[in-house]
Design a protein around this ligand. Structure first.
Ligand code: PAF
Length: 280
């Protein structure tokens, strides 16, 4: 039976008791409106830990002024039932007031330079400061041994890894594979913003990622592959923020340089902004 906690003292007591018993604690932070992608992270955390805590907290500091903080979907009952079925032991539900006791404006902030500044960071200024600020607080609250983050937010995972190394959090970070709908669209809480008319087009993102991989494998210059990917997305009705190929650390590779790559896309379809990526 899952336990729902919203008092920090109660969470600390539960986790301390587990640790006293020598149990390893896993953690999956979320913003709720959970889907199969989130539940796969709970299952992944379970493979690396004896107990799993998941948080649901729609974090105001990672939304820009014109973003969807107020309309972000909130589905607490379904989330709790799904977490229980996925094997989560504790649902941690902090409030905005407890997360930011001095208020959002006066909150101490965590900024990870470099990797936070490109791609999503360039399109959504301050977004990763908000993510790092809340994740560092959540880590201090839950004190897990291991935490799982989805690879759909590829850059977020890279930023968190850098933060954890730099601030010496004693936490193992694991990345969970992207979970997709049948037509290839990466699962996301924001997919439900898509109208029935636009929804089938959204699967084009995955197709363009696969074309980027094939283009590079066929020896086409990276910059040409990127330009053509943007053109394909535009032709499919998207407004493209970026369609790029990067090294795994998100730095820009030289032309013809061998090594692992990740193709990343952020594009808007109607009013819905979608992101996806492909490692190869
Ligand atoms: O990936 C998310 O859902 C959020 O960015 C996170 C990690 C829960 C922080 O609010």
């Amino acid at each position: 039976m899952i336990e729902k906690l919203s008092e920090l003292a109660a969470l600390r007591a539960r986790v301390s008791e587990w640790k006293r018993q020598g149990l390893r604690v896993g953690f999956v932070p979320t913003m709720g409106n959970l889907h199969a992608g989130h539940y796969s992270l709970v299952e992944l955390a379970r493979q690396h830990a004896d107990r799993v805590v998941s948080s649901v907290f729609v974090n105001p500091t990672q939304f820009g002024p014109n973003e969807d903080y107020t309309r972000y979907p909130r589905t607490p009952d379904a989330d709790m039932a799904g977490l229980e079925a996925a094997g989560c032991d504790v649902l941690w539900l902090p409030t905005v007031e407890s997360m930011y006791p001095f208020g959002v404006e006066l909150a101490a902030k965590v900024h990870v330079p470099g990797v936070s500044g490109v791609l999503e960071g360039a399109c959504r200024p301050g977004h990763f400061d908000g993510v790092c600020t809340v994740v560092s607080r959540l880590f201090n609250q839950v004190q897990p041994d291991v935490a799982a983050f989805g690879k759909k937010d590829y850059q977020q995972l890279a930023v968190i890894r850098q933060m954890v190394t730099d601030l010496a959090f004693p936490i193992q970070i694991i990345g969970g594979d992207i979970v997709r709908e049948d037509d290839g669209l990466a699962m996301s809480s924001r997919n439900q913003y898509l109208s029935a008319q636009l929804r089938p087009q959204a699967a084009q993102i995955r197709k363009v990622l696969l074309q980027m991989q094939a283009g590079l494998a066929a020896g086409q210059p990276r910059t040409r592959v990127e330009t053509e990917a943007g053109q394909r997305l535009d032709a499919a009705g998207f407004v493209t923020d970026y369609a790029v190929i990067r090294r795994p650390d998100l730095s820009e590779p030289a032309e013809d340089e061998p090594g692992a790559r990740v193709a990343l896309i952020a594009a808007r379809l109607g009013t819905t902004r979608l992101i996806d990526n492909l490692e190869f």
